[in-house]
Design a protein around this ligand. Structure first.
Ligand SMILES: NC(=O)c1ccc[n+]([C@@H]2O[C@H](COP(=O)([O-])OP(=O)(O)OC[C@H]3O[C@@H](n4cnc5c(N)ncnc54)[C@H](OP(=O)(O)O)[C@@H]3O)[C@@H](O)[C@H]2O)c1
Length: 299
């Protein structure tokens, strides 16, 4: 096995600091860290290890054969292009970013100006703090893509810091990231809307979540055990038109977009119930009419 490459980290935030700490632990020489401010750069350097030099972004880019751009999504391309056009990357270095939505093509200036290879690696987990990131990084799936010369480098880095690497097509990144957003952020939004409805029913927020949480956990366990289709229960899966109708009447009074969430999720649930074979096509059409508001016979 070849020697581990030198790493430099640009972007001393949650991902940059935690990847740095885990990389040092895995034996990588992390030689430099850089950010926008001295405070965040020095703080990350202290946490990552004593041999890490806090320095400017340009010095960091010049100091390692693998440069990790742990920057906010919107800053990655601009920082990379600015460094590349001034030839600040080492020739043939590997330049990597961690965004879920963008592919490595946003790093193409590094390839064009400095003959670098480029890649992206996205740990599929939510990291609210550095401590949480370090705890959760191991056994987290990491989807990566990029130039052939960069692929073994990011695959090895991912494995060495405990991630489970899976290669993805560069063109699939936006859809892959949309899936992650639905599973994570939209789950939070869905839980909040359920709590809101419970509050409208006169149950206080804390009690509402305490009561809903076991239902949510059991549902997630069911999905793990038997998949989504077999886990689907409830009025739409049973074809209980009148129940859905009562829900629509009452949720129409709720605040914000809750009624439209109910309708949109309901329409998708009808598709699942058809796939499950628990309702007929005719029943499905009746429920769809109800959810689209084009049937008043049950309201
Ligand atoms: N956190 C997550 O849950 C998570 C999970 C998977 C992937 N990611 C990806 O990881 C990347 C980094 O996310 P993060 O959560 O670590 O963000 P973060 O905690 O906000 O850290 C971003 C860091 O970049 C620095 N920075 C911003 N603009 C800069 C510039 N122009 N030059 C130099 N440094 C700059 C910031 O400096 P200041 O400290 O001065 O603001 C900050 O230290 C993103 O692409 C994100 O999509 C995040």
């Amino acid at each position: 096995m070849s020697e581990l490459p030198t790493l430099a980290i640009i972007g001393p935030g949650k991902v940059g600091t935690s990847i740095g700490i885990l990389a040092v632990h895995a034996g990588y020489p992390v030689v430099a860290v850089a950010g926008r401010t001295k405070e965040s750069t020095n703080s990350a350097a202290r946490q990552i290890g004593k041999n890490v030099r806090p320095c400017s972004v340009i010095e960091a880019a010049q100091s390692a054969t693998v440069v990790l751009l742990c920057l906010p999504d919107d800053a990655i391309e601009q920082v990379c292009t600015s460094l590349a056009q001034r030839k600040k990357f080492l020739e043939r270095a590997v330049v990597v970013h961690f965004s879920g939505v963008h592919s490595s093509t946003i790093l193409s200036a590094a390839r064009d100006c400095c003959q670098c290879s480029v890649a992206s690696m996205h740990p599929l987990q939510t990291f609210p703090t550095v401590d949480e990131a370090i705890k959760k990084m191991s056994d987290t799936y990491c989807f990566y893509e990029g130039d052939e010369r960069a692929i073994p480098v990011v695959e090895r880095l991912a494995k060495n810091i405990g991630l489970i690497p899976i290669r993805i097509a560069s063109t699939s990144k936006p859809l892959y990231h949309a899936a992650a957003v639905m599973a994570c952020n939209y789950l939070v939004a869905l839980m909040d809307s359920a709590i809101m409805l419970a509050e409208n029913a006169g149950i206080d927020r804390k009690t509402a979540w305490s009561a809903l949480e076991p239902l949510v956990r059991t549902t997630l366990n069911n999905i793990s055990k038997m998949g989504t289709i077999s886990s689907l229960t409830g009025p739409i899966a049973r074809g209980d038109l009148k129940t859905v109708s009562r829900h629509l009447q009452e949720s129409a009074l709720a605040q914000g977009h809750i009624a439209s969430i109910y309708r949109t999720m309901g329409l998708y649930t009808v598709e699942m119930a058809i796939r499950k074979g628990s309702i007929t096509q005719r029943k499905a059409e009746e429920i769809i009419d109800l959810l689209l508001g084009s049937d008043n016979s049950h309201t």
